[in-house]
Design a protein around this ligand. Structure first.
Ligand SMILES: [Zn+2]
Length: 544
């Protein structure tokens, strides 16, 4: 039985941590790795922050918690996800119900903060002026004592502002760290989780400074700005050390990330490929209607951009320079120009997610479930496999993964029908209609880094093995493992497993039915309404 402290480092990768730890630059992480266990941690498909942390929090696959991306697309429309989108009980809810004291800070997809037996501070999707803490007055007592808490970065990276961008993120880490230490001292806890997001921001922007194989690598720039990323990790490492120092001996510390990181080289305009193949069709006279359509209907690249800017999300999802954005709005197409009655497939999402325009699910669905659905899916897969890498001429697709092979559960039908893995994740998709007229375009500005499937898992504590290897831990294994470490039963419908090979004790694993059920968040479909849709889809043959 243990108390547990989880420290999230968004996008952290052993590609950076291991050499820096070995060189003595990250002494606290190095100590944890030496005294405990560490292993790459498999993320969700897609390896995106919102579904990955939702999976961590619930221990279930995406089809059970219902969060597949930052956005929830339906036809050409979409919502942003938030804490009420997670349709399975979270660790903090389960622990609160069991009477344990919990606290979370800055964990993605925890806004609006849900009532817990302890405290909660919303994460990256919190509006800056929203009521982002539970209880609402949580931070009042620190007024004048600590610098004000900050939700989001102030500086967006542009070539030339590296120093300013770095200083802003270092400050963000410092404020989180100071609040973490204070909350750790002030609140009794059984489970605490503190999350650092800034690593993800900086890796998106600065990957070209730390990877000498990057197409935009410049040795002089790398020498000047590359050390900033190590400095950021060092600041996090320092807080990990200071937090660990204040823990009692019975505490287990877990350091983890939601996905890894690597180089970004190309962007694919998947919708243009679908257009070329006749799978997606435009309205007749689309060009003449374009300007009116862009501003009339909801989904234009500009309005979408505006929406995500309001929540501070632009730093996290993808970055398009202002000039590209203007070009998109001024010249190119959007989903408003799509003739849905003639369209069988479309793509929304920045990793590479394709949706079939399925009857019963999509607002203007035309594809019948069953045979027709499978046939359309196969046509899309065949088209995708024709794409070639612009330099090597090799197939660009590593894998095209049907959604129903990797998710299951009551919300599975809402997920992408196909997930693309392109060139070892060095190639991603343009999230909306298209960036320009080319299907595959080099990423010449904006982000130089993007996500990878494997993040990090490091654990150390009284019940944690020393120096042992853990077999392919998955991010959904963490919730059951934490419950077991805390002497609580694992919920029956959790898809993850207790990582027993990481533990010294062989206490039997207790199990319990999920008595909490699903949340019924405000303003969304009730369980009954969703069950009705699910039944309809099942009747149509889509849900087996
Ligand atoms: Zn992330």
């Amino acid at each position: 039985m243990s108390r547990v402290l989880v420290i999230g480092i968004d996008g952290a990768t052993f590609d950076l941590i291991t050499p820096w730890a070995e060189a003595g630059d990250l002494p606290n992480l190095a100590r944890m790795m030496a005294e405990g266990i560490h292993s790459p941690l498999e993320s969700t498909i897609p390896p995106v922050t919102a579904p990955a942390w939702s999976t961590f929090a619930t221990g279930v696959n995406l089809g059970k918690h219902g969060v597949f991306d930052f956005i929830r697309p339906i036809g050409g429309q979409f919502d942003l996800v938030n804490a009420t989108s997670i349709r399975a009980p979270t660790l903090w809810q389960i622990l609160s119900q069991a009477g344990r004291k919990v606290g979370t800070m800055n964990v993605p997809v925890t806004y609006p903060p849900q009532p817990v037996n302890g405290f909660a501070i919303g994460g990256m999707l919190s509006p800056v002026n929203g009521a982002f803490t539970y209880p609402a007055d949580l931070l009042d007592r620190y007024e004048g004592k600590l610098k004000p808490y900050r939700i989001a970065p102030h500086v967006q990276y542009k070539p030339g502002n590296e120093a300013e961008f770095t200083a802003d993120l270092l400050d963000l880490v410092e404020r989180r760290g100071e609040y973490a230490l204070q909350l750790l001292a002030d609140y009794p806890y059984d489970f605490l989780m503190f999350h650092f997001q800034a690593t993800d921001n900086m890796q998106h922007a600065f990957w070209k400074f730390v990877d000498s194989s990057h197409p935009r690598y410049d040795p002089q720039e790398a020498a000047r700005f590359g050390p900033a990323l190590k400095q950021l990790y060092q600041r996090v490492d320092d807080y990990i050390g200071r937090m660990s120092d204040r823990l009692d001996d019975d505490a287990t510390v877990i350091v983890m990330s939601d996905h890894g990181f690597g180089s970004l080289h190309y962007v694919v305009n998947v919708n243009l490929l679908l257009m070329d193949q006749g799978l997606l069709k435009l309205k007749k006279g689309a060009w003449t209607q374009l300007k009116a359509g862009l501003f009339r209907a909801g989904l234009t690249p500009a309005s979408f951009w505006h929406l995500i800017e309001r929540t501070g999300l632009q730093n996290y999802v993808w970055q398009v320079s202002k000039s590209t954005r203007n070009k998109v709005v001024g010249k190119f197409l959007s989903f408003d120009d799509v003739d849905w009655s003639q369209t069988v497939a479309y793509s929304i999402g920045h990793v590479g997610q394709v949706y079939i325009n399925l009857k019963g699910r999509e607002p203007e669905g035309v594809v019948e479930p069953g045979e027709q659905y499978e046939a359309v899916k196969q046509r899309v897969i065949d088209a995708l496999h024709q794409l070639r890498h612009p330099e090597t001429g090799q197939p660009l697709m590593d894998r095209v993964i049907p959604g129903d092979q990797i998710v299951h559960g009551p919300h599975a039908y809402r997920g992408p029908d196909l997930h693309l893995v392109m060139d070892g994740y060095q190639t991603i998709a343009f999230p909306l209609f298209a960036t320009d007229r080319h299907i595959v375009t080099r990423q010449i500005r904006g982000d130089s880094g993007c996500h990878r499937l494997h993040g990090v898992f490091i654990a150390q504590g009284p019940e944690i093995q020393r120096g042992k290897t853990v077999e392919n831990p998955h991010i959904m294994d963490l919730a059951p493992t934490i419950l077991h470490l805390m002497g609580l039963p694992v919920l029956d419908d959790m898809d993850g497993r207790v990582l027993t090979e990481a533990l010294t004790s062989d206490r039997p694993i207790k199990r319990q039915a999920n008595g909490a059920g699903e949340a019924k968040p405000h303003g969304e479909l009730s369980r009954e309404e969703e069950a009705e849709v699910e039944d309809r889809l099942r009747a149509l043959g889509y849900l087996g």
